[in-house]
Design a protein around this ligand. Structure first.
Ligand code: SF4
Length: 363
């Protein structure tokens, strides 16, 4: 079923300012620890270097190790948990994170944690999702400017205008959106369950926001008519089917696995299409000799650290927003308790309803 209409930011309102505030006074600022490379630091972090030695050269470890040691110490002092998205760099993903995964996995795992503080190593909409599902915890993001082209392509006001234009048509929103957009939606979805969520509504027509390529993937795999939005991920839209055909011509045995935020000609070339977690599971289970992970570059590095026998072939693209998160900024977050992410409680309650409706769907 083709997409029946794609709308875009011609109706767009100004972007809302990201909300943050100072963390509560029960969390005083702590002294900044000394950061030096010495035999004690080397000994204390040796087991962590083992995890990343395939992807981080030994000459670089003396820079990372003092941060890794102090961040892990401060986590205990603050009773904090660090959530790291699959696109975070290997020293964050493997050496300081308590929970790794895609955005929804992170938020759901955080809800189970007995921590007072969540440090979100990812982008702003992910920190908001963590706050929505963990309203009583302090949620910090190490860089408030870590945004997302997809989340920023649409506002809550845009969704209200779409509802006026298509009265009675249900709205399905990808989790890569702001809390305000989730609050205006009937239900959320992930890249892994988008088709199932759309079909669960029993409607013949659905407004699917905001990723036009994920919308097109859903439209190709469902009989439901889709009204889409012109949003896209600046990382995944840069891949082309042509570059993948060239890789396959040079090695017909290579496995190509792609994220559904990629354009349709890329998906056509893929042996498997799925969410970041689905892609990781695919490589873990099949352990192909050579693989192209058509997504953000750090994900291949993280899987490569775990599976050194699998060769990861380029292309991949870097997400500049994910790369704003670094070890020095994570340390600052824990020392100064910054930047605390805050979501208006009324918006959070409405957004939570849309997320929980998805979570409660029977698979
Ligand atoms: S990879 Fe794309 S969807 Fe993910 S945070 Fe970056 S811009 Fe957003």
């Amino acid at each position: 079923m083709p997409i029946i209409e794609t709308l875009g930011p011609e109706v767009r309102s100004p972007l809302p300012v990201r909300q943050s505030r100072r963390a509560p006074s029960r969390f005083p600022i702590l002294p900044m620890p000394k950061l030096e490379w010495n035999t004690e630091v080397e000994r204390d972090t040796a087991h962590l270097y083992e995890r990343v030695k395939n992807v981080i050269p030994s000459v670089e470890w003396p820079f990372f190790a003092p941060y890794v040691r102090e961040i892990n110490r401060l986590k205990k002092e603050r009773n904090a948990v660090i959530l790291a998205h699959n696109y975070q760099t290997p020293e964050i993903y493997n050496c300081v994170a308590d929970v790794v995964g895609d955005s929804l996995q992170l938020a759901r795992e955080a809800a189970k944690a007995k921590a007072d503080v969540i440090v979100q190593c990812g982008v702003h909409f992910m920190a908001e999702t963590s706050k929505i599902l963990n309203p009583d915890k302090v949620v910090l993001i190490p860089d408030l400017k870590a945004g997302c082209s997809l989340a920023e392509s649409i506002t809550g006001e845009d969704v209200r205008l779409l509802r006026e234009r298509f009265p009675g048509v249900p709205v399905v929103t990808y989790v890569n959106t702001s809390a305000e957009v989730k609050a205006e939606s009937d239900i959320c979805c992930t890249s892994a369950n988008a088709v199932q969520v759309v079909e669960s509504l029993g409607a013949d027509k659905v407004i699917f926001l905001p990723d036009q390529y994920l919308a097109s993937y859903v439209a190709r795999n469902s009989k439901v008519k889709i009204i889409a939005w012109k949003g896209s991920c600046e990382v995944h839209e840069r891949f082309t089917g042509e570059e993948l055909r060239r890789v396959r011509e040079s090695d017909p045995s290579v496995q190509i696995i792609a994220h559904p935020e990629c354009p349709p000609d890329v998906i056509e070339e893929a042996d498997y299409t799925g969410s970041t977690s689905g892609m990781i599971d695919f490589v873990r289970q099949r352990q192909p000799k050579r693989v192209v992970m058509v997504t953000e570059c750090s994900m291949a590095d993280n899987v490569s650290a775990e599976l050194p026998n699998v060769e990861f072939v380029r292309p991949c693209n870097l997400c500049p927003h994910m790369k704003r998160i670094t070890l020095p900024k994570i340390l600052d977050s824990l020392v100064y308790m910054q930047e605390e992410v805050w979501v208006d409680p009324t918006i959070a309650a409405k957004a939570r309803r849309a997320v929980e409706r998805m979570v409660n769907l029977k698979s």
